[in-house]
Design a protein around this ligand. Structure first.
Ligand SMILES: Cc1cc2nc3c(=O)[nH]c(=O)nc-3n(C[C@H](O)[C@H](O)[C@H](O)COP(=O)(O)OP(=O)(O)OC[C@H]3O[C@@H](n4cnc5c(N)ncnc54)[C@H](O)[C@@H]3O)c2cc1C
Length: 400
């Protein structure tokens, strides 16, 4: 049995950022407990890798603050530590008048959040930046960047280990026992005792929180996002990043083009219900996870709206019929052809849904006297990971 002051469950970018900032702020004995033998196996290593500078989030919100600060801090961090990060900028494209009006709202938000932007008022101006993109107008945000998220996670891990944090890989926490003072964690390899618990288990954070009676009004509903890669010969169809105008109600929807830090261009993701929290292929399923989703009242309430049913059907089509995915991709870049895209990786979002059927869109963490449960490290969770982890570490340091 091992004893630590703080046990962090989950070695994704959030858990590791909490560890980094605890090591900087305190002299606590900290452990990170990660179930996989390799890092970045889930959300932190299976994403678009985009640093979102914060034009897309309501001024004054935590999401806006974490994203703007996160983008700046992460660029500096990558620069200092040799993590590939390219400041390519993004164009957010409007294809009709309604979307163009929404661009003005985004510009106002950018202004208030202190994010650089430029409105491109015509197709010609858009084409100067992205010669193959189609749209009547666009918002250009030069601070958006593309980062190698896997290398970022490994760099954080090396840094925290150098700072004295214990990193247990291949230790799956199966049960958390709330004791009079602190917690006992039963893992697949050992038993770990800790005075303070940080639950940063991503797709499984709700399951662990429920074991100690926290966050029972929420459940993670896993949504798979699939990517295609543009063949290298056609990679110049996208110079930087090309995004559709986001729908504020469904912020995680919208296939986009991202030129990654390694020069590859990826298109995606769609967002389809995953038949398991780690079902990365559309042929995979996990009966237990599926049962949990299908017996969750919040899931059915979410699906009750006609908009959601329509969206679910469209997204499902994009998953099982390549031509539908290609059609969605052509909305932004009409020249792209089915033969130009080949299937790449997938990621699964830990989308928190409340029991009354609401998609939780803001970061959510629940604190008790001796624990913090990070239930919704929602996108842009990668971008936000440094200030978010710092914030959590600050609160723990204040309490103890
Ligand atoms: C498809 C997709 C695209 C995205 N694109 C972007 C983007 O472009 N920009 C951006 O800023 N954000 C993006 N995000 C969001 C971002 O990836 C996440 O917000 C972020 O990675 C969350 O990090 P995490 O550490 O909370 O979760 P994770 O990376 O999932 O880490 C949780 C860790 O906990 C471990 N774990 C789980 N259960 C246990 C257990 N019982 N015992 C021990 N360990 C356990 C897991 O193995 C995992 O390593 C995207 C997400 C997805 C899915």
């Amino acid at each position: 049995m091992t004893d630590h002051d703080v046990a962090i469950v989950g070695g994704g970018c959030v858990g590791l950022s909490v560890a980094k900032h605890l090591a900087e702020r305190t002299d606590f004995d900290v452990a990170v407990i990660e179930k996989e033998h390799r890092l970045a196996e889930h959300q932190s290593g299976r994403n678009s890798g985009v640093l979102h500078p914060g034009f897309n989030y309501p001024p004054g919100s935590e999401k806006a603050r974490f994203a703007t600060e996160g983008t700046r801090r992460m660029k500096a961090y990558c620069d200092e530590n040799g993590v590939p990060c390219e400041e390519l900028g993004v164009v957010v494209v409007a294809t009709d008048d309604r979307e163009e009006a929404r661009l003005d709202e985004l510009a106002e938000q950018a202004e208030e959040n202190g994010v650089e932007y430029e409105l491109l008022d015509s197709r010609a101006e858009l084409r100067e930046r992205e010669p193959h993109a189609e749209g009547q107008a666009a918002l250009y945000a030069p601070e958006a960047a593309s980062v190698d998220s896997q290398q970022y996670v490994y760099t954080l891990a090396r840094e925290v280990q150098d700072a004295g944090v214990s990193l247990y890989l291949g230790h799956e926490v199966s049960r958390i026992y709330d004791r009079e003072s602190g917690y006992r964690l039963a893992t697949s390899n050992s038993v770990v005792d800790a005075e303070y618990l940080v639950n940063a288990a991503g797709l499984h954070a709700d399951t662990l929180a429920h074991q100690v009676g926290v966050g029972e009004q929420y459940q993670v509903v896993p949504f798979r996002g699939e990517y295609y890669e543009v063949t290298p010969e056609k990679a110049d169809l996208c110079q930087s990043m090309i995004y559709p105008t986001p729908d504020p109600e469904l912020p995680f929807l919208g296939v986009h083009y991202t030129r990654r830090a390694d020069g590859k261009v990826i298109v995606g993701p769609n967002a389809v219900l995953a038949f398991g929290r780690e079902a990365y292929e559309n042929t995979q399923f996990d009966l237990g996870d599926l049962r949990e989703t299908l017996t969750y009242e919040g899931f059915w309430k979410l699906l009750a709206s006609p908009t959601m049913v329509g969206v679910a059907w469209e997204e499902l089509n994009k998953s099982y019929r390549k031509e539908k995915f290609v059609e969605a991709s052509q909305r932004l870049v009409p020249e792209v052809r089915e033969a130009d895209l080949h299937q790449s990786y997938a990621g699964i979002r830990a989308q928190l849904v409340s029991e009354d059927g609401e998609l939780v869109k803001d970061p959510l963490f629940i604190e008790t006297d001796d624990a913090v449960h990070i239930l919704n490290a929602v996108s842009p969770g990668l971008t936000s990971s440094l200030p978010f982890g710092d914030h959590i570490a600050e609160r723990i340091a204040e309490k103890r």
